[in-house]
Design a protein around this ligand. Sequence first.
Ligand code: PMP
Length: 404
Amino acid sequence: MPFDKLFEEQLDTLKAEGNYRYFADLTRQCGQHPRAKNHHDGETRDVTVWCSNDYLGMGQHPDVVEAMAETARACGTGAGGTRNISGTNHHHLLLERELADLHGKEAALLFTSGYVSNWAALSTLGSRLPNAVILSDALNHASMIEGIRHSRADKVIWKHNDPEDLDRKLARLPANTTKIVAFESVYSMDGDIAPIREIVEVAEKHGAMTYLDEVHAVGMYGPRGGGVAERDGLMDRITLIEGTLGKAFGVMGGYITGSAALCDFIRSFASGFIFTTALPPAVASAATVSIRHLKASEIERAQQRRQVARLRARLDAEGIPHVRNPSHIIPVMVKDPVKCRMLSDYLMDQFGIYVQPINYPTVPKGTERLRFTPGPNHTDADIDRLVEALSSLWRQCALARATA
Ligand code: PMP
C-alpha cells in the first residue's frame, strides 16, 4: 500500500533496537491457572505463565466465572449503550457501591479500563479546576501522563517517591492554584511502594488534593484488599483512589472512588466516561463477586505472599540478580533488550515457561528485565523449575550473578 513504507521504516527501527513487541499467542486454561496453551508456528504446547497480572488467579475462580456466565445469560452480552443513554445496568450500580465500600468512600465511578479512568479523571480535574497544577511522580504510568497532558494544566514532576522534593515543589506554587498530587502505591515495573503517609502529610500541609493509583495493589494489600492505603490506614486522607478490575480482581474495567461530589463531577464532565459504551453487565457482576470474595478471604493473598518469598529466596540462592522491593513483583534485571528477548525465547522454547521481556519504552533503556509475578497457584515445583531454568540460562549466556 502507498503509505506502508512510512510505517515500516519506524517498525524496522524498533526491530533493530530489539524493542519490537511480539505477542505470545495464548489460550488460558480455565481452572488450571497459571497454565496456558501457547500457539506458535502451527504448533500448540503447554506453558506455565509467569508474568500475568491476574495476580491471584481470580479470573478463573469458579464463582467469578459463574457470575459472568450467569449474568450474560440473564442480561445478554453488551450494556446496550453509554451510561447516559440506556447503558446503565443495575450490575454497574451494585459494583460502584461495592467499590465505594472497599475504599471507605462515599461513591465510585466505573470506566472501561484503568487506563481510561486515569486519563478521564486527570484530564477532567486538570482542565476544569481553577488554576490547576498537577504534581506528578516522575514514574507515573502512561495513562496518568496522558490524562495530565490532555488537561493542559500546568504540570510539575517531582522525584520518584520523594516527599521532600514534593514539599519543595508545592511550596513554590502560588496560593491561588488548585494543587493535585498524583502518584501510585505499587509501581509495577520496579515493584517499589510509595511512602503514602509522608506524601499525604506533605499534600495536606499545602492544601493539595491527593490522587492515588492503586492499580497494582487493589485486591492484594490491606485486610479487605483495599490496597496499600487500606493497609496503612490512610484511605480517608486520600481525595481520590483509582483502581482496576483487570488485575487482582481478574476481570476488566477501571474506577475511581472519592466523595459523592467528586464522583458526580467526573461523571458529569469526563468525556472518557460519557461518550463510550458501558462495561458489559456480566463483567460488572463478575467483578463484584471477585471483590466480595477478596474482601472476605485472606487465603489467596497469604499463599501468594508465600510463593513470592519462596521465589526470592531461590533466586538469591542461585545468585540471579533481582530487584529487592516490598511488593509481589519480582523484576530480574537483564539490562539489554536483545538478551532480554533471547532469555524470554529460551525459557519458552526450552522449558515451556512464559515470561514477557520488558523493554523500552515500558522501562528506560538499559534497565530491560524479566518481570515475574508469582501467584497462589504456582506450585513449589513450578518455582524450582523456573529457578533451575534461569540458572542454566545464566550459565549459557554468561550473565553476571549477584553476590550475597
Ligand atoms: N495504572 C497503572 C499503574 C498501570 O500499570 C496500568 C496498566 N498496567 C493502568 C493504570 C491501566 O489499567 P488497565 O490495565 O485496567 O487499563
